[in-house]
Ligand binder design. Structure first.
Ligand SMILES: [Zn+2]
Length: 96
């Protein structure tokens, strides 16, 4: 399954079209709150999960500034507060 088109459908929603004809609408807030990077989700090391400290909510947290495609399997999203380490695979996006 591959995303064939990704665009902002409104100032706070991302719309994704899939190669199977399905279309998804994901709010930027949900996207950011589910950022898959280790800094947001914590890291599991030797079966222990280290959750990050409560994050500061900086201005621009839910503002999408850039989307970059990573190969054929994912996109990397940059946010208005400077955060850009989250790699969203098609699978993650589809599950949101
Ligand atoms: Zn993150």
């Amino acid at each position: 399954m591959i995303a064939t088109q990704i665009k902002l459908s409104s100032p706070d929603e991302l719309s994704i079209k899939w190669d199977d004809g399905h279309a998804s609408i994901i709010s930027l807030r949900k996207l950011r709150d589910n950022c898959p990077c280790a800094g947001c989700q914590g890291e599991t090391v030797l079966l222990k999960t280290y959750k990050p400290d409560q994050q500061q909510y900086l201005p621009g947290r839910y503002m999408l500034t850039n989307i970059q495609q990573i190969g054929h399997y994912a996109i990397q999203i940059s946010w208005g507060d400077g955060h850009s380490t989250g790699i969203y695979t098609w699978e993650i996006l589809r599950n949101l």
